[in-house]
Design a protein around this ligand. Structure first.
Ligand code: AMP
Length: 364
């Protein structure tokens, strides 16, 4: 029988960003307290949580005290060093397990792991050094994308190699660090599969969103996804379930795909709630945040079905968040602001969701 971490208990969250904030709000609704562990003294997550520990992720003493104050620990951010986490694993349940983080922290490990489970990926090579770039390019072909193996997100640490470009110069542009070099995928559209898995193995999927990126950053997620994607969802879900089962995963897991004319091509995974699932707060019976909390606490998962005919989530990046008065002037907008003080270009400051209850699927 699953051990239940009852409402009233304390949930530790590694990371203090907007995902931690929305997890903490969902946890509060169910009567839990959250304790954020983050290197920043103030954070979007910390501002809405009962407690914050401000320390580096590798600070063993701080982590031990944190673990002792929590009934379960989870993450809103995958780049938490795994060694220090392993050291607290005997003190508190860690959900999902640090193995999932370890794989997701390395693009090459992630691609190899998913490929071994039968997932299709872009052709990829690995260049740890400048000297290894030509061999990796030979596998990837041109055009290619060079992505730093670690710590890359939202298009950071990436460079494109177009015909005529010098791949070594591009590898330096991507940071001159160990990098995956992958062939350019001709895709029709992009989509994500988000699932919640409970400790007893039950899996629930949300409808897949069609995702549009601008400058490598998610701009818009729309549900239901268009026809190019709909036919590919069963195969993509099958792969996502295999990944979750192989990792004995507990919590919300996201896999991102390209929809191509030959079927779904896996791009990357995130061992956490995901930006392309923010629409679930208003658009699904149970949000990704609530089901993550339910899963890690051993509570029954909530219904994930659509609670509307169409949902659309747009990110508010940088100064776009200053448009909040106009956004609020439209009563159909659900506005979420993350409480970040500086609207730096490229920074996710908030999002706005519109849902439509019109059965014809008219735009929200
Ligand atoms: P990533 O950081 O891997 O999520 O990449 C950010 C975005 O860049 C993706 O959502 C795609 O729009 C684009 N992209 C990444 N990898 C590829 C690829 N191999 N082929 C074509 N587009 C890509």
């Amino acid at each position: 029988m699953t051990h239940v971490i009852a409402p009233g208990s304390t949930i530790g969250i590694m990371g203090g960003g907007q995902l931690g904030r929305m997890l903490s709000l969902a946890a509060a609704q169910l009567g839990y307290r959250c304790h954020i562990f983050a290197p920043e003294p103030t954070s979007p997550g910390g501002e809405v949580s009962a407690e914050t520990t401000c320390a580096e992720y590798a600070d063993n003493a701080a982590l031990t005290a944190f673990a002792q104050s929590c009934d379960v620990v989870t993450y809103e951010f995958e780049n938490v060093p795994v060694g220090p986490l392993d050291a607290i694993a005997g003190l508190v349940p860690l959900r999902p397990s640090p193995r999932a983080l370890e794989i997701a922290q390395s693009r090459i490990d992630e691609k190899r792991f998913v490929a071994a489970l039968g997932g299709r990926t872009a052709p990829f090579g690995f260049a740890e050094t400048e000297a290894e770039v030509p061999a990796a390019m030979a596998v990837a072909g041109t055009p290619a994308i060079i992505k730093s193996n670690r710590m890359g997100y939202d298009g950071k640490g990436q460079a494109r190699v177009m015909p005529g470009d010098d791949p070594v110069a591009r590898w330096h542009e991507a940071g001159g660090v160990p990098a995956i070099i992958e062939g350019f995928v001709q895709f029709e559209a992009e989509f994500s599969v988000i699932l919640a898995r409970a400790p007893d193995g039950e899996i629930r999927f949300w409808d897949s969103a069609e995702n549009e990126h601008v400058g490598g950053i998610l701009d818009l997620s729309t549900v239901p996804a268009g026809p190019a994607i709909a036919a590919q969802i069963p195969q993509a879900r099958e792969l996502a379930a295999k990944v979750a089962e192989k990792l004995d995963y507990v919590g919300v897991l996201t896999l991102e795909f390209f929809a191509t004319t030959d079927g779904p091509v896996f791009n990357e995974m995130a061992p956490r709630v995901h930006n392309s699932g923010h629409w679930t707060i208003e658009g699904a019976f149970t949000s990704q945040f609530e089901n993550h909390i339910r899963a890690i606490c051993g509570l029954p998962l909530g219904e994930t079905a659509l609670a509307c005919h169409r949902a659309e989530m747009r990110n508010l990046i940088g100064e776009a968040a200053h448009g909040w008065p106009a956004l609020l002037a439209d009563p159909a907008n659900h506005l979420h602001l993350y409480g970040k003080h500086r609207a730096v270009p490229g920074r996710k400051m908030g999002h706005v969701t519109r849902i439509s209850l019109d059965p014809s699927g008219a735009r929200a």
